[in-house]
Design a protein around this ligand. Structure first.
Ligand SMILES: *Cc1c(COP(=O)(O)O)cnc(C)c1O
Length: 358
């Protein structure tokens, strides 16, 4: 069997050229007679991998030296706890904006370590729109946390909030999909398995002046200052994941960087949303102004056809289109590594499916 069209929300598709290169180098990396997984993380060869991955990411996102770039373990969810442990002490407060399942989880975990204030909760609208800024109740505190792209609901911010406190963003499913202005954020973190690399790795981009605020009880492994001081090698880092992320960054640079990637992503998303909008058979429930570039949920007018849709899609090599268990329906995640051809194949399938069953 060849490669399928993979719309998985995460772990998601990786660029085929990156996988092919990793395969070619797997047994004998850089003439070492060993794989990159089998060499010391302190070796000059691996140090070069880690530093060039960081340099490449810095170029892609325009990250200045005012920010530390950290390769952490435990995925994005680990950062739900790391954020309050690094930025606040007992009794401190922080603001949390809830716009879907992930920001809700971040709040639940954060509230174990900080006085978490709920700024607004989009639940009344089933998380299909972003609560109006006029309705936010911002208390102020050590930081303001939000999730710019809710992976499950397919809800994405078109603007960056401007609280007085440092802005902390869970960018797991949007980082590297388009250019961003890093200087507007105190902390950006992202699990790797959407647009970056293998699951388990998390990227943290933190303004250096925010380092040094960790409480005593913060575990060493979650301490950003320690990670920064040790070049993300406080302990043995996930070397293969860092290597692969570096290859993904190189791939993005070769493609022309994030503006070029954003143009492709825009075309993919428009193709799919245009089809959904032109049809009474399919429906996207999210407010138009808040539609995600990366995660496109949709329903069928007759949900009794869901199973047939998914089954026939799979037969056509269109995989992992089932919506998240909490929302049902379908979801197409169209991250960077999902080629335009895959979205075109999906749209043609959807057209034909509608003609047969609509
Ligand atoms: C996938 C995802 C997470 C969870 O990532 P893990 O690496 O599984 O912890 C958190 N937030 C968002 C926005 C995500 O898309």
């Amino acid at each position: 069997m060849g490669r399928v069209h993979n719309f998985c929300a995460g772990p998601a598709a990786l660029p085929e050229v990156v996988l092919a290169r990793a395969r070619d180098e797997l047994l004998d990396w850089q003439g070492q007679g060993a794989s990159v997984m089998e060499v010391s993380h302190r070796s000059p060869a691996f140090e070069a991998v880690a530093s060039s991955a960081e340099a490449s990411l810095r170029r892609l996102l325009g990250i200045t030296d005012d920010y530390a770039v950290l390769f952490q373990q435990g995925g994005a969810s680990q950062q739900f706890a790391a954020v309050p442990l690094n930025l606040a002490t007992d009794g401190d407060a922080a603001d949390y904006l809830v716009t879907g399942q992930w920001s809700k989880k971040a709040l639940a975990e954060g509230a174990r370590f900080v006085e978490a204030n709920l700024v607004a909760d989009g639940q009344d609208d089933n998380y299909m729109s972003i609560p109006e800024t006029e309705c936010w109740s911002v208390k102020g505190g050590q930081y303001f946390h939000y999730c710019p792209n809710e992976t499950i609901g397919g809800l994405e911010f078109g603007h960056v909030p401007e609280p007085d406190a440092p802005l902390v963003a869970d960018m797991s499913s949007t980082l590297l999909s388009r250019p961003i202005d890093v200087s507007r954020f105190g902390v950006i973190y992202a699990g790797a398995q959407k647009n970056i690399g293998p699951a388990g790795l998390a990227l943290v981009i933190v303004r250096r002046e925010l380092l040094g605020r960790a409480r005593d009880a913060c575990p060493a492994m979650l301490n950003w200052e320690k990670a920064a001081a040790n070049g993300s090698m406080y302990n043995t880092p996930p070397t293969f994941a860092i290597y692969l992320a570096g290859l993904v960054f190189e791939w993005l640079e070769a493609l022309g960087g994030l503006s070029a990637m954003a143009a492709i992503n825009q075309r993919k998303a428009s193709r799919l949303y245009d089809l959904l909008d032109a049809s009474a058979f399919y429906h996207n429930p999210v407010a138009r102004s808040a539609r995600s570039l990366m995660n496109v949920p949709f329903t069928l007018a007759d949900s009794g056809l869901d199973a047939t849709f998914l089954q026939e899609a799979e037969s056509a090599g269109l995989m992992n289109l089932k919506g998240h268990r909490s929302v049902g329906g379908m979801r197409a995640s169209i991250y960077n590594a999902v080629p335009e051809g895959a979205v075109e194949a999906l749209c043609q399938f959807m057209d034909q499916f509608e003609r047969r069953y609509g």
